[in-house]
Design a protein. Sequence first.
Length: 244
Amino acid sequence: MSFNMVYLTSRSTPDLSLALDLHMVLAGIVQKAKASSECSLSAALAHAVEQVLVEHATDTKTIGLGIHLRIQKRFFTGSHAMYTPTWHCRKVACSALARLEPFIQPWIFGVARLRRGEKSEMEVTWNNLKDTYLSICAESGWNREDIAAKISQWELSAAPVRERAMQRWSRWAMRHEDPRLLVDRSCRRGASASTREKLIQKHLSRWRARATKLHSRQAQEVAKTQARLLAAQAKRITQEEKRK
């Protein structure tokens, strides 16, 4: 089960009934975290875990709760995701999430920052994210140098992705610097204003014709229904008179 970049697991069991119970606990945590009004993801996760465990009268050790994070920044690592270790202590997991959260908001690595000329700021944020991520992994027992080498390989393989993004940004910047490229192109597509007005009138006339046809068809159906009812009523009256 997952939400945002948080992934939840439970202990494995061959008992189908128990497995369904564990699944319900994880699903409850995800639902409450998504619906939480907390201002941060870490606070929403902590509150959801605590509330669901109380509702199901269980604890993290009984269900074997595991929490890990997956961080993906395509601009720097391409299709590769940065996994964290799996924590079985919710406080440790929420603490790690709180440390990473300032660097993982969607707007921090958006193309809009390139358009504002903030590429250097993006790189600073990325380096801070990497340093925090490596520290968290090292604190949990992973080898910092091995993970750093792997991220460096990902950065190298994702260089074409960054190059294409920079090319798109350069074309956008050129269009906004050259006044000739900012000319309204609508006249090339729909010709003059009078032509566009004629097209609008044509579409309106077609719509009115369809509406009139539909209204006429409905009126005919109503008339047929009324005729059948009158005929049935007349027949019934005739039969009653014959009986008399």
